[in-house]
Every structure is written in structure tokens, then in C-alpha cells.
Design a protein around this ligand. Structure first.
Ligand SMILES: Cc1ncc(COP(=O)(O)O)c(C=O)c1O
Length: 401
């Protein structure tokens, strides 16, 4: 059993010996009967420590990422928080990809800084900048590729080499690519994090996060022990219903990703040819600066693209006017979504050097028919053009007043 879709359907799916149910039951229980004091029937004591539904999903995702162990949490941010707590000590420094989920930056710079953790943000595409940001106390390098929302591509093997030089650990947020497109542990990453809320759940109906670690020792213990203990003692675990939904989503990840990628590629090419679109960010476009690298380290180019319109008025009108592309944070579901990252997902970066341009819009391309989505984009661009023109007239009259 080795092919991606075969593993996705079968890994971690222990059948129920009593009923023969094809789908493992959802173990909606907080605790487990003991046959004597501390004599556990099947290794389970209390669901914060272990639960068969959660463990099944963890095994399934671990197999797909090619990891040594996986841990499921209540959200992507809970997974990130647990990983930071498991790996860092007060005074440690992080080299953090500048283009990345705003909440990760917020978690580190507004919560973990209280414990003396510092971070330097770097251009993810510039390995010299990554190297230059290293300090004697750098314990961790953290990168997201493709990145959110500018779709930058980081050279994973290059980042792993810099981490090795520094004696630091490399964490990769694989939420956008998913293990179907890219397996960071194979490039030398020590741990992978996911917001399973996105493509893994795949249907916008569940929140979750995961950490998958490779075989590596950290401060005398394996990463699996360190993160496992944090999961148990910190307690930010995901519940059985949520694990069931994430596990069900994961079974069709490969099929959905093929469709997401194909449609996103069609839409990106169409948008690039439009005179009213200033710039399209999609790694599948030959003109994208990370195109060659993405072609080498990813199976395909993903289902997310961003675009810059003429101005802020156009971007806002575009985001607010479409029907199939529903205005919403999040991504990776079967339905298409549009987001205005500057004020929706990355608002915590406003006023910092990392703030997102005001004319940028992000699209999460769903599995609807490409022609219907193109029609929606066409309508949105028509509304955007009117809003931009109205803004210019107003600005012009003010300027001459
Ligand atoms: C790339 C990335 N990582 C992590 C997160 C955080 O995940 P969650 O919202 O499940 O806490 C997000 C959420 O948007 C994300 O896009």
C-alpha cells in the first residue's frame, strides 16, 4: 500500500471487529473503562491523551506526509502554538518567512514574545536573507510555501540546508500545498504544520490543525515525544467528530486537489490576459518568479491565486460583488471563496512593513465548473472597473476643487 490515494483511503482506518463496519466508528467518549487500576483494555485511558478516532486521523495524515508521528489539534493555530511550546525555550529566536499567514506572525510576536521569544521576518525566496537573519540563539526556521497570500515559493532544500548550518529546526506550514502536492519532510524539514480546516477537511465544515514530525532528536528526546507530551499536557486536542470529518475529507484530497489545480490554472491564465488586472500571483504561470522551483518541488501548482487590481476601490468592489466566489476568510473548500487579505486574514499586519497591498484580492478556487467561475470573475471585474472609475472621478474633482 503506497500510492497516495490508496493510503488516503486506507491508512489508519482500523475496522470495527464487532460489527464489520467499513467505516471506523466515531469514538465519542471522554474516558475508557479500565479492567483494573491502570489496566487499559486497548491502550486508551482518557481522550485528551488518546482517542481511536483522533489516532486514526493522525495515522492517516502521517502516512501521507511520510512522517514518524502526527498530532491533531483543535485548530491550525492551536497546532502551531503547541509546536512552538514543545520546541522552544525562553530566549530563543525564530527566522520567520515574511509572507505567511498573519495569525502565525501574531501568535509569535504578540503571545510567545512574552516568554522571551523573538522573530526576524525574512523574504522566503532569498536564502542569503535567511542566512543573514540567523543569530546565535536561532532555534527555529519557519516557512510557508506556497505562501499566504502572495504565493511565494521557498526553496525547501535550501531552507533545510540553512537550518542544518545553524543547528536549528525547520518547520514548514504545508497548508496550501497539502501532502498531495508536496512533502516537506522529504526535503529535510523536521516538522510540518497544517490548518486541516483548509484542504484536508476540504468542505469548510470543520476547524482543525495538525503537526507531523520526522525522526529527529531534540534536547535528548524525539520530536514525537516532545510534541506528543505537549499535546497531552497542553490539551489543545481536536474532538472525535472533528477528527472524523477531517479524516473523511482527507480520503478525497488527491481527487479534489487535481480539480482545484486544473481550474485555478485556467483562471490564472484568463486573468493574466485581462488588461484590467494589474498582476496575477499563481506559481503555475511561467512568468511567476517561483515557477521553475514549484515545478521541481510540487506535483502541481495549487488552488489558490491572488491578483492585484487597478486600485483599492476596484479590489473592494470585486471582492464584494461576486456570487460563486463567496466573500469569506479561509480557503481550500469545495466552494470558491474570495478574500480581501489586507483587512480580513492579515489585518494584524497593517501598519507593519509586512502589510498586504490594498489592491490585492485572494481567490480560493473551488471545484465548481470553470466556465461558471469565469463568468463570475467577468461580472466582478465589470463592477470593479466602475468602482475604480467612480473613485478616480471623485478624486479628480477633489483634486481640482
Ligand atoms: C497557511 C495557514 N496556516 C495556519 C492557519 C491557521 O489555521 P486555523 O485557522 O485552522 O487556526 C491558516 C488559517 O487561515 C493558514 O492559512
Amino acid at each position: 500500500m503506497s500510492g497516495f490515494n490508496t493510503l488516503a483511503v486506507h491508512a489508519g482506518q482500523e475496522k470495527d471487529p464487532h460489527t464489520g463496519a467499513v467505516i471506523p466508528p466515531i469514538y465519542q467518549t471522554s474516558t475508557f473503562i479500565q479492567d483494573g487500576i491502570n489496566v487499559l483494555r486497548a491502550g486508551h485511558e482518557y481522550s485528551r491523551g488518546s482517542n481511536p478516532t483522533r489516532n486514526g486521523f493522525e495515522a492517516q495524515l502521517t502516512a501521507l506526509e511520510g512522517g514518524a508521528a502526527g498530532f491533531s489539534f483543535a485548530s491550525g493555530i492551536a497546532a502551531e502554538d503547541a509546536l512552538l511550546r514543545a520546541l522552544l525555550a525562553p530566549g530563543d529566536h525564530i527566522v520567520l518567512g515574511a509572507d505567511g499567514y498573519g495569525g502565525t506572525n501574531r501568535l509569535i510576536t504578540r503571545l510567545h514574545y512574552k516568554w522571551g521569544i523573538t522573530a526576524s521576518a525574512v523574504d522566503i525566496t532569498n536564502l542569503d536573507a535567511v542566512r543573514a537573519a540567523l543569530r546565535p540563539n536561532t532555534a527555529l526556521l519557519w516557512v510557508e510555501t506556497p505562501s499566504n497570500p502572495l504565493l511565494g515559493i521557498a526553496d525547501l532544500a535550501g531552507w533545510a540546508a540553512v537550518a542544518a548550518e545553524a543547528g536549528a529546526l525547520l518547520v514548514v506550514d504545508n497548508t496550501f500545498a497539502t501532502p498531495y502536492l508536496q512533502r516537506p519532510l522529504e526535503f529535510g524539514a523536521h516538522a510540518v504544520v497544517h490548518s486541516t480546516t483548509k484542504y484536508i477537511g476540504g468542505h469548510s465544515d470543520v476547524l482543525g490543525g495538525a503537526v507531523i514530525v520526522g525522526e529527529h532528536l531534540h534536547c535528548g528526546q524525539s520530536l514525537a515525544e516532545a510534541v506528543g507530551y505537549q499535546q497531552f499536557a497542553g490539551g489543545a486536542v481536536s474532538g472525535p467528530q472533528d477528527n472524523y470529518l477531517a479524516s473523511r475529507g482527507l480520503k478525497t484530497l488527491g481527487l479534489r486537489m487535481e480539480r482545484h489545480c486544473a481550474t485555478a490554472s485556467t483562471l490564472a491564465g484568463w486573468l493574466e490576459d485581462r488588461p484590467d488586472v494589474a498582476r496575477v500571483y499563481y506559481p503555475g504561470l511561467p512568468g511567476h518568479p517561483g515557477h521553475e522551483l514549484a515545478a521541481r518541488q510540487q506535483r502541481d501548482f495549487g488552488g489558490i491565486l491572488s491578483l492585484q487590481l487597478a486600485d483599492e476601490a476596484a479590489a473592494r468592489a470585486f471582492a464584494e460583488s461576486m456570487e460563486l466566489f463567496q466573500l469569506s476568510v479561509s480557503l481550500g473548500g469545495v466552494e470558491s471563496l474570495v478574500c480581501y487579505p489586507r483587512e480580513m486574514t492579515h489585518a494584524s499586519l497593517i501598519g507593519t512593513p509586512l502589510e498586504i497591498p490594498a489592491n490585492l484580492v485572494r481567490l480560493s478556487v473551488g471545484i465548481e465548473e470553470a466556465d461558471d467561475l469565469l463568468g463570475d470573475l467577468e461580472r466582478g471585474l465589470a463592477v470593479a472597473a466602475k468602482a475604480s472609475e467612480a473613485g478616480r472621478i471623485q478624486y479628480g474633482s477633489l483634486a481640482t476643487a
